[in-house]
Design a protein. Structure first.
Length: 387
């Protein structure tokens, strides 16, 4: 995958990426993400961020190619706290909450669970701070050469973008009558009761950055349509219908058997390819060959430099997403790998053991079954709704 615009131009995929760039710039312009300012009119010493394009290939549940992606991002690492940004924290729905919603959906066949994808989510949120940004070199708008961008919306890459988006989305949902769950503030509950009806109408809405997951009963359909209509007034939303693939997870629901299975086969396949482990010999257990202790920590400057340059942190982070979402079988063993080793061989070898086990069971699926005492489960859910 190209990391720079220069690499993208030399890539065999350039025609696709060039089209994606044009779509991205058009979308940002239509969204009024910025206004053009003459650079000479700015005070001397004004911090102006550089910008670039980030490229990716979007794939489906089975790893198939869907479309080219190009995103314009600001290089926010030069921002100054208290000058052009303040708050940066933004939470997401936990993996535990996501699995709980899946379990509830599986236990009640009449519930509907959908997936909404917000297009260019961050750039829908207004910015409070004054932030300036350069246009991407070679892609300046005709007639604006020598001008810079004053950001009106939270462009990707700015330090406060995620925080601004969450605050913007939260305000819309709270104004619609939502209540945030006390254990997970990214789960919103909508609940209504008509005088003629004895059953409550409810809707759970889980939010994970630009992915929204509404889970509702039959009466909650009206709530869902009202929420969707209000959100579409502020942003573009792609309603993907019944939940089947999201967050790199494939969801398979069998109503006849009362089971729901989640898997990340395509995610594992891409990991094996990215780290050149497709030809690795399979392994039956994920446990490292040796225990890791304090004596394994790097001590000399050369050892520390070596471990810092290894992509182990990125690799382990990707594996943690698997463990937390659908592969609890590697959880305990992966915890041992969260310590850097001394040598190149040891640093790279231990995390790669997990790729070897994936060679044998990359199609592993985490399965949910219906709770036998469904009436107890239903009573517990209703008690939570009342609270």
């Amino acid at each position: 995958m190209p990391k720079t615009l220069g690499e993208a131009r030399k890539s065999i995929y350039w025609d696709g990426f060039q089209g994606a760039i044009e779509v991205e710039l058009k979308s940002l312009e239509e969204n009024k993400t910025w206004e053009y300012i003459n650079r000479n009119s700015l005070p001397r010493g004004t911090n102006i961020l550089r910008s670039k394009f980030v490229f990716d290939l979007k794939r489906g549940a089975n790893g198939e190619f869907l479309k080219y992606k190009a995103r314009m991002v600001a290089m926010g690492y030069t921002q100054v706290e208290g000058v052009d940004y303040d708050q940066t924290f933004a939470s997401v729905m936990t993996t535990k909450s996501f699995r709980i919603l899946l379990a509830i959906w599986n236990n009640f066949p009449n519930l509907k669970f959908e997936h909404w994808d917000v297009k260019t989510a961050f750039v829908n949120a207004p910015l409070k701070e004054t932030v300036f940004c350069h246009q991407v070199a070679g892609f300046e708008k005709v007639g604006t050469e020598g001008q810079v961008l004053r950001l009106r919306k939270a462009l990707y890459g700015t330090k406060q973008a995620a925080h601004a988006w969450q605050q913007f989305l939260c305000k819309i949902l709270l104004d619609l009558g939502a209540k945030r769950h006390p254990k997970d503030e990214c789960i919103y509950l909508f609940r209504e009761r008509e005088k003629e009806e004895k059953i409550d109408s409810f809707l759970f809405l889980g939010t994970h950055v630009d992915d929204l997951f509404p889970l509702c009963n039959e009466g909650g359909e009206k709530i869902k349509l009202r929420i969707l209509g209000e959100l579409k007034r502020h942003m573009q939303i792609d309603n993907k219908g019944t939940l089947s693939f999201a967050l790199d997870v494939k969801i398979e629901r069998n109503l006849n058997r009362g089971t729901l299975k989640i898997s990340q086969t395509a995610y594992i396949k891409n990991l094996l390819k990215e780290y050149n482990m497709e030809s690795a010999t399979g392994r039956d257990t994920p446990a490292p060959l040796v225990d890791i202790n304090e004596s394994d920590l790097p001590t000399t400057k050369e050892e520390k430099t070596l471990t810092e340059n290894m992509p182990v942190r990125n690799l382990i982070g990707r594996l943690w997403w698997l463990a937390l979402m659908s592969r609890p079988d590697i959880y305990c063993a992966l915890h041992k790998c969260d310590t850097p080793k001394q040598t190149f061989t040891e640093t790279v070898e231990t995390p790669h053991l997990y790729f070897k086990i994936f060679k044998n069971d990359r199609n592993f699926r985490f399965s949910f079954s219906k709770v036998r005492h469904t009436h107890n489960f239903r009573r517990h859910v209703r008690r939570q709704l009342r609270n």
